[in-house]
Design a protein around this ligand. Structure first.
Ligand code: PLP
Length: 340
């Protein structure tokens, strides 16, 4: 069966770079949503713990529960509590959601600084604090999310400025409402790597930790190493005659007689079908014809074939981003951690 390998050495190298930029591994909250960007939730959580990471960010309560033993702090981005837990914090994404949390729940307020997706508006800050008090919630932090940290410096700095204003106001409200001291965080991977002198309480890093941050001309980003490789295994070998066609739609026609292999990785496993016909593996092996649900054919007859070891490269063929390549990988693929 096709399987994934996870390179621990690369992961730890990436975490070293991140820890240096954010000034301490205790400031790293590793984003493990969507099955740890396809890498495998528990596999990555366990390795992160071994490195000394104590904080994680996930999407749902179920994900938080699955990794509770590995971390001291887990932030849930978009879900509600299903049982009490000291470790889990919940994101408040708008004023309406704020009403739905039960007394005593640890929450973090997401504020909108220009992404215009989730988060309360700066103007609604006082109302949010009043609501927090009325509901008896434990407000621990305020955070925001960048829309353009990897693309547009101007919007990036506008969001930073807006967050600085919100931070000041929140600190005044915190005193007025006699709440505990608040924490603040805004950086995803791209934002951290674009920040000169990091000074916030925490970073929420995903793609950089997985080694696939794309930030042109950034010396730190260049040192990151992808940790995930995908290998497929040969199901059958075939000797093609000249002019014989391969796969659905008969889109590949052999120019001359050749030997090909059919491998056990298809779009049902997460190999995006748009890569059909054109893809060439890192070792220069050509994909032949269309990707099927559970199969793809290559001009190769080795028992095992490296399909990709840098999601950014595969993403180019699919006209997408590495995030989509990685999160497409199905959870039932076996994940093997390489210790060296
Ligand atoms: C996914 C996500 C991140 C991580 O983004 P990367 O670009 O992978 O570092 C950080 N913060 C929030 C709110 C997210 O949803």
């Amino acid at each position: 069966m096709a399987y994934i390998t996870l390179n621990k050495k690369h992961f730890f190298n990436n975490l070293d770079i991140i820890a240096k930029l954010c000034k301490g591994k205790d400031k790293i909250a590793l984003v493990l949503k969507d099955n740890a960007y396809g890498h495998g939730l528990c596999e990555m959580a366990k390795m992160a713990q071994e490195y000394g990471i104590t904080k994680a960010v996930v999407r749902s309560y179920a994900e938080a529960k699955a990794i509770e033993e590995f971390f001291e702090y887990i932030l849930v981005l978009a879900d509600f509590p299903q049982a009490k837990s000291d470790k889990i914090r919940y994101t408040v994404n708008d004023l309406e959601a704020l009403q739905k949390f039960e007394k005593g729940t640890k929450v973090e307020l997401k504020v909108n600084t220009g992404m215009n997706r989730n988060g309360i508006e700066a103007e609604a800050l006082r109302e949010a604090f009043e609501c927090v008090q009325k509901q008896g919630l434990e407000l621990e932090a305020l955070f925001t999310h960048h829309s353009c940290a990897d693309e547009d410096e101007c919007i990036f700095s506008q969001q930073n400025e807006k967050f600085a204003v919100i931070k000041k106001e929140a600190q005044e409200l915190q005193k007025e409402f006699a709440l505990k001291e608040l924490r603040f965080h805004s950086c995803n991977s791209a934002a951290l790597f674009q920040t000169e002198d990091f000074s916030e309480d925490m970073v929420r890093v995903g793609i950089a930790a997985y080694g696939c941050l794309e930030l042109p001309k950034n010396a730190h980003a260049e040192q990151l190493e992808p940790i995930l490789s995908l290998f497929a295994q040969k199901i059958s070998t075939r000797h093609l005659r000249e002019d014989a066609c391969v796969g659905y739609g008969a889109t590949y026609k052999a120019e001359s007689a050749c030997t090909i292999g059919n491998y056990d990785f298809g779009y049902g496993d997460g190999f995006l079908r748009i890569c059909s016909n054109d893809y060439v593996t890192p070792q220069g092996v050509k994909l032949l014809g269309r990707i099927s649900m559970d199969n793809s054919s290559f001009l190769c007859s080795d028992a095992e074939l490296l399909i990709f070891n840098d999601a950014r490269e595969l993403a180019k063929y699919a006209h997408t981003i590495s995030y989509e390549i990685l999160t497409a990988l199905k959870a039932n693929l076996k994940r093997v951690v390489l210790q060296q």
